[in-house]
Ligand binder design. Structure first.
Ligand code: SF4
Ligand code: SF4
Length: 412
């Protein structure tokens, strides 16, 4: 102790504060470790595949169009520590790297198993693949700027800034929710849609740090789904899971699923999952947003003629989703396997002859609860690493543990 004091006392003032900061960081990270150990997480969480089988799979959706690499890195770090099974992100190289950097930094703090990294692409126009755009020079000076207030991603910035910066939409932060579109009294905002490039996607799938792909589709365009699937070719062999995200098509749902499955099955040599997109990008709006995803899941869990694949909820999911699933007796249903299943992760799909819900994906709600903390981390260079702010990390982790724990039943 006295040696430590002696050493510090002999250091210049700037170095002394660095020593204090390092000590504070170390103590803060110890609190993070204790929080995780107290919840028993490393001993409770299973491999992503086991979670799918057990019905307690949790996926973090960073957003198919969200490309703010600083937030994505920090979100990935926090939710890896909270024990998610998968992190779903934009099919963009820098975003994938940011997710993996967050994961590895988390694993450097606590030795926790690595979640799968999934990239999201689309086969046609899709709400998740669009950006809002407007020219702030066209905005009337007396506009009260409702667009800025309603944006959940804080993607509309600096309108009317005294600096003379006219601001506008920060493209990397816009994830296409569309809430700004109807509130503009002057109809100035346009939505620009795009389709992810198939060749670039196939290249991303060759990366060792990409484990899964998700195809967003309307389920109504058989030809565009087949084009995308065929265009991905052998690159699909590199993934462990193929997810298809689609909306509730009511009476056409099962036939659309069967058509998509038949397009995929000849070269589907890994597990597959159906992401039931209830009410897209709405989980942060309120309690009721989750109802549509639960109804969709309830319908498919009892459908006998649907194709093979795990079922997972998304679109409107939030802290009330598990409660709703429990009410319908859909929570923690065990997966039943093919009789031919031989234990190999890559050779067989799961049988779909039994009703099951494999898990829940959280997007807007997950980002909102942790985003409150992340938005307070805005250093001047714009590259805040949350692990350097242990109090913030503990706060963000507490929020994420509550959400992930609602599915994984931590501490029970
Ligand atoms: S409200 Fe939604 S669509 Fe509009 S800028 Fe924000 S994130 Fe983009
Ligand atoms: S609401 Fe419309 S007019 Fe007003 S600042 Fe936003 S984009 Fe411009």
């Amino acid at each position: 102790m006295s040696l430590s004091f002696f050493c510090r006392a002999s250091l210049p003032t700037q170095l002394q504060s660095q020593v204090h900061a390092t000590g504070g960081r170390k103590r803060g990270l110890e609190r993070v470790k204790k929080l995780i150990t107290r919840n028993g997480i490393p001993s409770v969480i299973t491999s992503p595949l086991e979670s799918l089988q057990n019905g307690n799979w949790v996926k973090l959706i960073c957003g198919a169009s969200f490309e703010d690499v600083v937030d994505i890195r920090n979100l990935s770090l926090v939710y890896t520590l909270a024990g998610v099974d998968c992190i779903d992100c934009a099919a963009e190289s820098s975003v994938v790297s940011a997710v993996n950097e967050g994961i590895e930094t988390a694993r450097g703090i606590v030795p926790i198993r690595r979640p799968w990294v999934m990239i999201s692409v689309n086969d046609d126009e899709d709400l998740h693949f669009r950006k809002a755009e407007f020219d702030p020079n066209d905005c009337p000076l007396d506009c009260s700027r409702p667009c800025e207030n309603i944006c959940p991603a804080h993607a509309i910035l600096n309108l009317g800034a005294a600096s003379g910066d006219k601001g506008g939409v920060v493209a990397e932060r816009c994830y296409g929710c569309g809430r700004c579109l109807p509130v503009c009294p002057y109809d100035k905002i346009k939505a620009i849609t795009y389709i992810r490039d198939i060749t670039a996607t196939a290249k991303l799938l060759e990366r060792d740090d990409v484990d899964a792909i998700e195809i967003h589709t309307s389920g109504r365009q058989d030809a565009s789904f087949r084009d995308l699937w065929n265009g991905l070719g052998d690159s699909i062999d590199n993934v462990r899971l193929v997810a298809v995200s689609f909306p509730d098509l009511r009476d056409s749902t099962i036939s659309a699923m069967n058509a998509m499955y038949s397009a995929m099955k000849a070269n589907l040599r890994c597990f597959n999952l159906w992401q039931l997109d209830g009410r897209p990008m709405s989980g942060d709006i309120g309690r009721g947003a989750t109802r549509e995803a639960i109804s969709f899941a309830s319908y498919l869990a009892t459908a006998r003629d649907r194709p093979k694949g795990f079922l997972q909820l998304a679109g409107g999911t939030n802290a009330h989703t598990v409660e709703g699933l429990k009410k319908r007796r859909l929570f923690q249903t065990k997966t039943m396997f093919d009789e031919s299943y031989d234990g190999s992760e890559h050779l067989h799909s799961v049988s779909s002859s039994h009703a099951l819900i494999s898990g829940v994906a959280f997007g807007g709600y997950a980002r909102k609860v942790v985003g409150r903390v992340l938005s307070s981390l805005r250093p001047e260079d714009g590259r805040a690493a949350i692990e350097n702010y242990p109090d913030h990390l503990v706060e963000a982790l507490t929020e994420s543990l509550a959400l992930v724990g609602s599915v994984k039943c931590y501490g029970k």
